[in-house]
Design a protein around this ligand. Sequence first.
Ligand code: HDE
Length: 754
Amino acid sequence: GGQQLAAGMPFNANKEGEHGEAAREPQPGRTCPVPHAAATGSTASEVNASSKVGNGTPPPGVCPAGHLDRVRADGTEQPLTTNQGVPVADNQNSLKVGLRGPTAMEDFILREKLTHFDHERIPERVVHARGSAAHGYFESYQDLGNLTRATPFAAAGKRTPVFVRFSTVAGERGSADTVRDVRGFAVKFYTDEGNWDLVGNNMPVFFIQDAMKFPDLVHAVKPEPHHAMPQASSAHDTFWDFVSLMPESTHMLMWQMSDRAIPRSYRTMQGFGVHTFRLVNAQGESVFCKFHWNPVGGTHSLVWDEAARIVGADPDFHRRDLWEAIEAGAYPEWELGLQVFTEEQAAGFPFDVLDPTKIVPEELVPVRAVGKMTLNRNPDNFFAETEQVAFCTAHIVPGIDFTNDPLLQGRIHSYLDTQISRLGGPNFHEIPVNAPLAPVHNNQRDGVHRQAVHRGRVSYEPNSLGGGCPFQAGMAGFTTTFHQHPQPPEDKVRGKPELFADHYSQAHLFWISQTPAEQAHIVNAFRFELTRVQTPAVRVRLLSMLANVDPILVEGVAQGLGMEVPQPMPLATDAPPPHYPPSPALSLLARPGALGARTRKVAILAGHGVDAPSLKAVYASLLAAGAAPRVVAPQLGQLVATDGSRIDVEISIDAGPSVLYDGVIVADGAASAAMLSGDADAREFVRLQYRHCKPMLAVGAGKELLTAAGVPPALLDGAPDPALLNAAAGALDGALAAFQQALSTHRDFRREMD
Ligand code: HDE
């Protein structure tokens, strides 16, 4: 098996041992040792595969989430009590009138326990209910004072604690991670001057241009109200009915039907602020800004067939990936990039920067990297932190400001409002994970579950009885720079600027910026979703929309639906559409990233009669490269190798199917290869690895399994598929290097296009 962590050591040095976790090595005399896989020798399949990566040593500097220390609870060595602190001697039996009699009403211990339990759930988020989060910090590369006075950017090397929550949009709280959907990417910066929430998505545009349409959009995509189906999926009539009547959604649909909607990991997706924001410096000068998070690990996605299978194989795929990477010390990182432009520049763009269905192409305004975010500590408690965290677009700090983007304007209201029902009242800012590190002083009082104990009789301003405190910050030289931007008065009007009516140019830009494989995936995604649509007229209308995007796209989709390409939908504007050159940055393949083989999960398929020395060499080489190898075999237990030694099987094929691995190595050994070749599950395993374009390496006799699985022999024998390798057991080094190289590019779509 793999390395095991020293018993008693916390997994991650950023997080001290917890109740239960710390008790892996039970102390003498304890009656209820808490089992942990790593220490108890229980099946290796329960051990985090990626706990083999890194040593969890934290970088110097900010201790993430240290501000939560004051509320962390730990029952180690403590007696059980009621919520009132009264010791509980018997937690097994209720108080009865006679052993066979009714339960006594006075059993306050039972009643308190049941009552609390009865109220454990809170409403889930109305959108983005399914999510996972982590603590970390943002570190600025430089002093950006010329652009913004926001404190996270005040100096090179300055660190600001963050809490980040990733999410899907449509599914309910317990839905699967790998569904086709937009992903939320919400960052809470605990800055020196208050909390700044950058509540973004993994796609830089949105479906609609005006907050007025958001409830309609969400009603359309959520499960249909009569039968509450389908779960976590846009592939149904009401969604496509709505978007096909909203041509402004076309650009976003291109992103949503692309591989962006099925990321390999939260660690391998970009994040975007979507709207145009403002940066404001200490002089009150302001520029426009778009926010980008670029993953250091590169942008990698699943393929659809794989994503759909993972829904069954591991519904927590992304949650687990994030958790394990952090526990293993392979801290996920993103660079923050800014696109900065002036109001005058914006006036010359062929689109309106207030329109959230448009990007600012990187060719027009380059993205400048200004800092890096590192996530290095998992939450202690999912509910307390991940569930109760409240992100609000209204939470900005001096130096950051809104624009008049009509979608953003609506969000400023909605996020604060929704917490009041979700978290039960107006004091959600006092929940520890939401509380700013900056001090809070004002005259807001009372409300459900108020925590702060305000002293004195003054809760109003102006006052003289309290010495005028808390005083307006401006009096002490604090300036807030919000809303300083003079705007000439205009008439109230319900409507949209003319440039908002160009619905297709950027959808076309996205299409022409994709590689052929990515284009094929987009066509397939539209086919899949529209095939699930039951109403033919909706399909026709959507095709008429796509006819305005690109002829090859619409023909491909129509063909898959067995339909003719209809007349294009009438345009909403007579203005000649702007022409955009392709933007290579829009392809996922533009960012292979620096992850290399690190944290990639590799299955080593083996059976009885495996060649032990080469298997061990492969295993050690992968571990050394930071990958997470697993010995996978038809069943658990031990394999008897040709030299008589025994090798632990870490997981069986049915519990650890192909889709959970980034690559496969088939071990050497004639008997092992014959056993696997005769096993339908083993053949299916490599067939799927092949089909999903993953790196494959057959060692010596292991090649037999690849052939038995139907991998074309011509490809195996020297044909140019750099991700399909075979090598003699004695000559592994070159092949392992090539395999790790293939892992670093994640998968090779040339195989698919063949
Ligand atoms: Fe949200 N959105 N949204 N949204 N959104 C919520 O707030 C809303 C939009 C985004 O991890 C809700 O606390 C409106 C764009 C993320 O906790 C709610 C409009 C973008 C998250 C809400 C939008 C987002 C939310 C539900 C259009 C990308 C999860 C629970 C006017 C820039 C945050 C909650 C987390 C959550 C409203 C559009 C991203 C109801 C009204 C555009 C990442 O307030």
